[in-house]
Design a protein around this ligand. Sequence first.
Ligand code: 2AM
Ligand code: CA
Ligand code: CA
Ligand code: CA
Length: 285
Amino acid sequence: SMESDKCWQECMDVAVQIARRAGQMVREAVKQEKRVSTKSTPADLVTEADRQVEEVIISTLRERFPSHRFIGEESSAAGEKCILTDSPTWIIDPIDGTCNFVHSFPMVAVSIGFAVRKELEFGVIYHCFEETLYTARKGHGAFCNGLRLQVSKEKDVSKALILTEIGAKRDPKTLKIFSGNIEKFLSAPTHGLRIIGSSTLSLCYIATGAANAYYQYGLHCWDIAAAAVIIREAGGVVIDTSGPLDLMSRRVIAAGTQEIASFIVQQLEPISYERDDHDVGAQSL
Ligand code: 2AM
Ligand code: CA
Ligand code: CA
Ligand code: CA
């Protein structure tokens, strides 16, 4: 309705402001000494800045929109499943690319997605060091710093640049599947493969056409929510290995074209992760 249309636009304007403010916090925090600890594995890092940035984002939004729900990486208790309900829900990754942040490797983003009735309404991703802002609202197009985005129309995988991420799981079985997949994509043959250390920025580069495909296992809804809207509004494809995108399935494949997405699906050897959960009656996004 017109009412909700106006309301979601207002929410998105607030998301843009808060993403810029969070980005500024990250730029300041990267110059300070970092307090780093580990979560599930020695490669799964978290810093004081991750928690502080999330706290600022959520408290600001909660004050403004007290009836809304919030899913944030650092406030989701370890081992606890995050649940998406029909309520208006903010899905937040305060620092995407924490390992990059720890090393001052300049690929770090703030990601804010928004879903209503389990449907994604808009996404905002801010590249903290480049100060580029990616935004999209369902039905209104995708933009980078206000310029309209369009995915690559390439259909031929032999001319594709592919992005992926390794994640923090480094057991031999997982690594074997990872390297097997990488070998397949390099020998396909494709133009190349890149691992930049930020899922959300990798997905933004599908939206801009800078890369042709992206695949990853093990990520969470806050890694995908905002970017999925941006890629779709830029004309791209975001799916799951087994069908339509499911925000809680821990898997995603994104591509400029259906042809390249289908190729990736056929090639990948899946890694299974325990899924996060939807509310009862959940549907795919
Ligand atoms: P983070 O920095 O917010 O934790 C690094 O490989 C990229 O993968 C980052 O975007 C990182 O997000 C994300 N990531 C985090 N945990 C992951 C996991 N368990 N599996 C796969 N990717 C993960
Ligand atoms: Ca993390
Ligand atoms: Ca992340
Ligand atoms: Ca994060």
